[in-house]
Design a protein around this ligand. Structure first.
Ligand code: PLP
Length: 445
């Protein structure tokens, strides 16, 4: 594997600049490219751009390349399946990779008893399927989600999403009957509680406000929650939050839907982030890392819940056989070694980030599990004023030094490398972060 970073041209290099100019003319301007990376190839946690520059990847295509770029076992599974057949539509026909994957999903999701799986192509479709299933099963039509959450951009999931108002601006009206409650962000506790004595008081807002003033509990189909909030800033809720949510949903006959699109597939050191809490959801949506970069999204549920009739929900491409083959190879690698690696290297990296926090006043909070790590930047540790411009400058500065990062929330840097990340690569990432954060603190640029 090549060693990264190795930056040989000013960025963007000439080839990258030429491609970006073409992109600007012909590609939708709605995409949110933070810096000009034009990938030519990738291997493990290293990305080479079209000008021959090598980058260390802590972004993994937005937390997707779980097994690293083009893992040989995943590529082989894809090629073998591609030689057999590319598509037949699991909606109208049967094929083994889809059935086998559903069997394996039933084994790994933290849902007791019999489990069934619906196949789509993306995270948003996994959430759409969960919403439709919850409505169909409960015969209720209201939903509760959390502020700061991201569940996707199609109209159903967008109605749950409340990450940035820009994502909703111009697209209303949203799905009716969606209510938002504060998420348990202990660094910025929405109800002013203290982490030491927290009893997830923020959930009182659901019980004492939403269910009293706005919607009757017997008309709420489900509560949809990210067990770790992803796009919202890699926010880990306190012990008790998901447990209390489980009790609340059970008490009122609502379904608990875990959106593990970003936090799932081994990233946190367990297959799913909710497994750190012992809570069992009724429905689980996942995508991103599941097929190492091939498009696939799944909604898994208790068999009793997923009992809708033929024709109720389907997708022409969902559960594409090549994606299923990639997912089977991915699951094998996760179970064999990569979940353990995520836990081990993630723990090592978190220690390193906590040391950086001692050194850099700009780092207000370090949080996360496994290789799902966030650092929240603030101008002042007392006031917690968000250092948004500084975060953006640091992400760009890291890119210029050959480290790929992404932002999350208004002022958080997320570290979501491939799960093959090594300790040596973690050291390199930490060294670059130390440099760019230091430069930002010294010069304000
Ligand atoms: N749910 C969560 C938690 C996500 O993080 C995302 C994407 O970032 C989605 C859903 C939507 O996934 P996709 O972009 O594949 O539609």
């Amino acid at each position: 594997m090549p060693t990264a970073p190795d930056i040989k041209t000013p960025l963007p290099g000439p080839r990258a600049a030429a491609l970006i100019a073409r992109d600007r003319r012909f590609v939708s301007p709605s995409y949110t490219r933070g810096y000009p990376l034009v990938i030519a190839r990738g291997e493990g946690s290293v990305v080479e751009d079209v000008d021959g520059n090598l980058f260390l990847d802590c972004a993994a295509g937005i937390a997707v390349n779980a097994t690293g770029h083009s893992h040989p076992e995943v590529v082989k599974a894809i090629v073998d399946q591609a030689h057999r057949f590319l598509h037949m539509s699991g909606t109208d026909f049967y094929y083994e990779p889809q059935v086998r994957l559903a069997e394996e999903i039933a084994e790994v999701v933290p849902i007791g008893g019999e489990v069934r799986t619906f196949f789509g192509n993306s995270g948003t479709e996994a959430v759409e399927a969960s919403v439709k299933l919850a409505k169909w099963y409960t015969k209720r039509h209201n939903m509760i989600a959390f502020l700061g959450s991201f569940h996707g951009r199609t109209m159903g999931s967008l109605s749950l999403t409340s990450s940035r108002s820009l994502q909703r601006r111009g697209f209303g009206p949203m799905l009716p009957g969606v209510y938002h409650a504060p998420y348990a962000n202990c660094y910025r506790c929405p109800v002013g509680a203290r982490p030491e004595s927290c009893a997830a008081e923020c959930l009182d807002f659901i019980e004492d406000q939403i269910l009293v003033h706005l919607v009757s509990p017997d008309e709420v189909a489900a509560i949809v929650v990210e067990p770790i909030q992803g796009e919202g800033g890699y926010v880990v809720p306190p012990e008790g939050f998901l447990q209390r949510l489980r009790q609340l949903t059970t008490r009122h006959g609502m379904l608990l839907v875990a959106d593990e699109v970003q936090s799932g597939m081994g990233r946190t050191g367990r297959m799913f982030a909710i497994q750190h809490t012992g809570v069992e959801p009724d429905v689980l949506a996942t995508a991103k890392g599941i097929a190492s970069g091939m498009p696939l999204g799944i909604c898994a549920a208790r068999a009793e819940v997923m009992s809708w009739p033929p024709g109720a929900h389907a997708s022409t491409f969902g559960g594409n056989p090549v994606s299923c083959a990639a997912a089977l190879a991915t699951l094998d690698l996760l179970r064999r070694e990569l979940m353990r690696n995520a836990e081990e290297v993630g723990g090592y990296m978190k220690e390193g980030l906590l040391s950086l926090q001692h050194k850099h006043p700009l780092i207000g909070d370090v949080r996360g599990r496994g290789l799902m790590l966030g650092i929240e930047l603030v101008r002042d540790r007392q006031t917690k004023e968000r250092a948004t411009a500084e975060r953006d400058a640091i992400v760009t500065g890291a890119f210029n030094k050959g480290l790929l990062l992404l932002g999350a929330g208004q002022n958080t840097i997320r570290l979501s490398p491939p799960l093959v990340f090594t300790r040596a690569q973690a050291d390199t990432a930490l060294k670059i972060l130390d440099e760019v954060i230091g430069e930002q603190e010294r010069t304000g640029r």
